[in-house]
Write a protein that binds this ligand. Structure first.
Ligand SMILES: CC(C)(COP(=O)(O)OP(=O)(O)OC[C@H]1O[C@@H](n2cnc3c(N)ncnc32)[C@H](O)[C@@H]1OP(=O)(O)O)[C@@H](O)C(=O)NCCC(=O)NCCS
Length: 243
């Protein structure tokens, strides 16, 4: 791993590299096997993990010697184009690339301490430095992960079903993303007053998380998701906004 990047609570953040492959793979495999819903973390193939460690921006958080959390950005250009195609096919916003922000995993013993939010801050800061679009490809019922993305200003701009248990939401953050403070304020209002949508001018509809075709329809009508709870994703349509 490279030199220490920063700290969070008593934990140390490092940028990981190719020679950390075994450590990262062991952590991800072991953590994934412990999940109640294993489909919430789609595993890397070995070559994909080696690539993201070698050429991507991949972070590891440590409690002393123990790896307790990971998150990164994959700079694979082809995949970035494929992600943009899925998004443009659903929401037609004309982006050319969106690099996947992948590998978000927090050890079960360390969840609920704000670690995912901390890692997300670091990843968003790196994307801003590079002036790139990033996109989380997240199982649509994975409320904890979806919330982490939404609360950092990511927008649900695409959906794609792989079949089986795998229904993915594409959560996009561009360098021009809507003012994050406003989004968070709106999101909080929605969650506090779920039946009083008229207090938020732009919020017009909600759709059940499992209703992929309903969500496709909304995305095609230029709505995009800005927040979720365990059952619903909340959409708005910003008619003024151009990407
Ligand atoms: C998703 C995950 C990374 C969250 O990590 P965490 O460190 O516990 O999250 P944080 O404490 O930083 O909380 C982040 C946000 O998610 C929310 N959240 C966390 N756990 C939640 C849960 N079980 N249900 C609903 N929301 C949850 C928090 O309230 C917080 O919201 P806010 O930003 O609006 O304040 C963790 O649960 C995990 O590793 N899950 C298994 C792997 C996985 O699903 N990875 C994502 C693949 S796309």
């Amino acid at each position: 791993m490279y030199s220490k990047q920063s700290t969070y609570k008593n934990y140390d953040l490092y940028r990981m590299e190719k020679k950390d492959f075994d450590l990262v793979k062991g952590f991800l495999d072991e953590s994934r096997l412990k999940l109640d819903r294993i489909e919430f973390f789609y595993p890397y193939k070995d070559n994909e993990l080696a690539e993201v460690l070698d050429k991507g921006y991949f972070l590891g958080l440590f409690d002393k010697e123990k790896l307790i959390a990971t998150f990164g950005i994959d700079f694979d250009e082809e995949y970035a184009k494929q992600i943009a195609d899925v998004i443009n096919g659903c929401n037609n916003i004309g982006i050319d690339k969106a690099y996947e922000s992948s590998g978000l995993m927090v050890d079960a013993d360390y969840r609920g301490q704000g670690i995912a939010n901390f890692l997300m801050d670091e990843i968003c800061a790196e994307a801003a430095r590079r002036n790139i679009n990033i996109c989380g490809v997240v199982q649509i019922c994975n409320t904890a992960s979806m919330t982490t993305f939404f609360s950092h200003g990511f927008e649900l701009r695409g959906v794609w079903s792989m079949g089986g248990k795998y229904d993915f939401g594409y959560l996009l953050k561009t360098p021009q993303s809507t003012n994050f403070q406003n989004l968070q304020k709106n999101s909080n209002l929605i969650l506090q007053c779920p039946s009083k949508y008229d207090i938020i001018v732009d919020v017009e509809r909600e759709v059940d998380n499992f209703d992929l075709s309903g969500q496709r329809k909304l995305l095609a009508e230029n709505y995009y998701g800005i927040q979720c709870d365990k059952k619903r994703i909340f959409y708005i349509r910003d008619k003024e906004r151009k990407l």
